[in-house]
Design a protein around this ligand. Structure first.
Ligand code: ADP
Length: 346
């Protein structure tokens, strides 16, 4: 039996944790590569079917755990050693839902059982503090000048918004922004994290370049809305990432339709299909669409991400599916990197 994402059999991939046999009852414990694995049901069924078909087996129990695969820590960029995967979220321009995707992607991964942090690097428009609501622990500075992240919805969060007055503008020149971002990477006690979601500034600014160079990004999710003016800008962001050799996971199309809560009719306010076309033309994966949904905007305003709401709206499902797809792609990347030969130049 093969893991559907890795294409490798469970035994070779080292995912079989234990097999116990008690009379006719067999229990198989598997360690998935991420707690956000989108194929849990498929895997459970395939193991049950295969083991159940063996002679003498009367019952099969499948226990799924997770041992997260991550990037190998590389001596050439030893930053963030405790972070297994760094997911950047980028957009060509403001207002397309980049911070919404960042916060919901992070919250969905956390709700699926991963240890998650958010680095809000959108220095000139930090919306993560607003979108995450009141923290259970505020950010602060420890002795030794280490910055302790805030805790929101069980996640470690750092944002420039914590260090400027609410409503105040960040009027900083490039070198100050550079220094701040460097501190967010080097001086924050991130601890051990499965995923660090980095909300990049929109466009192709200095701050984006700083981050792309300083952080060993494992993969980037591009966010766009379907209309042409947004697609033209996201193409520039993609070109910059490619030029900097930053890995891109794919593109997500936000606000791709609005379903009327009264009559159910879907209106495609910004069009539809632009993100998918963009993905095809640029040979990257289309990661799916997220509909316009009033609970997303409401949640963003009051600090409860759509995926964490008690009565989730139609976008929450799409955002959780996005998080699962991204987690699966990160596992595949981690696996293929492990198999890459290591070159030592002496
Ligand atoms: P960006 O980070 O790209 O500037 P934001 O994530 O701040 O964009 O989103 C801009 C506004 O649009 C916010 O008020 C947010 O709540 C809202 N928004 C984003 N995506 C959706 C969606 N799918 N449905 C409804 N509102 C959305």
């Amino acid at each position: 039996m093969k893991d559907p994402a890795l294409g490798t059999d469970f035994v070779s991939a080292g995912m079989v944790n234990a097999v116990t046999v008690d009379g006719g009852k067999v229990t198989v414990a598997l360690d998935l590569t991420t707690p956000a694995c989108p194929s849990k049901d498929v895997i459970t069924k395939s193991v049950k079917d295969a083991v159940g078909a063996l002679p003498g087996v009367t019952a099969v129990d499948v226990k799924l755990g997770a041992k997260l695969w991550g990037r190998p820590n590389h001596p050439s960029n030893p930053r963030l050693p405790g972070v297994k995967n760094i997911i950047a979220v980028a957009a060509g321009k403001g207002g397309v839902g980049k911070s919404t995707v960042s916060t919901n992607l992070a919250a969905a991964l956390s709700r699926l059982g991963a240890k998650v942090g958010i680095l809000d690097a959108d220095v000139y428009g930090p919306s993560v503090p607003q979108m995450m609501g009141e923290p259970t622990q505020t950010a602060g500075v420890q002795s030794g000048n280490k910055i302790v992240p805030a805790v929101h919805h069980g996640m470690s969060v750092i944002s420039v918004g914590f260090f400027v007055e609410r409503g105040g503008a960040v009027i900083w020149r490039g070198p100050m922004v550079h220094k701040l971002l460097q501190q967010f990477i080097e001086d924050v006690e991130w601890g051990e994290l499965d995923y660090l979601v980095v909300d990049l500034p929109p466009g192709t600014s200095d701050a984006q370049l700083t981050l792309a160079q300083a952080v060993p990004i494992s993969g980037t999710v591009l966010v766009t809305t379907p209309q042409e003016v947004a697609l033209a800008d996201v193409a520039k962001a993609l070109a910059m990432l490619k030029r900097m050799s930053v890995p891109v996971i794919g593109v997500v199309e936000n606000m791709n339709g609005f379903a009327c809560s009264h009559c159910g009719e879907v209106t495609e306010i910004f069009g539809r299909g632009g993100g998918e076309r963009f993905a095809r033309e640029h040979d990257i994966e289309f990661l799916g669409g997220i509909p316009l949904d009033v609970t997303v905007r409401q949640g963003g305003d009051v600090g409860v991400p759509a995926v964490a709401q008690r009565e989730p709206g139609p976008a929450a499902q799409a955002l959780t599916a996005l998080a699962q797809t991204v987690a699966a792609r990160m596992s595949v990347r981690a696996a293929s990197r492990d198999q890459q030969p290591v070159l030592t130049i002496s």
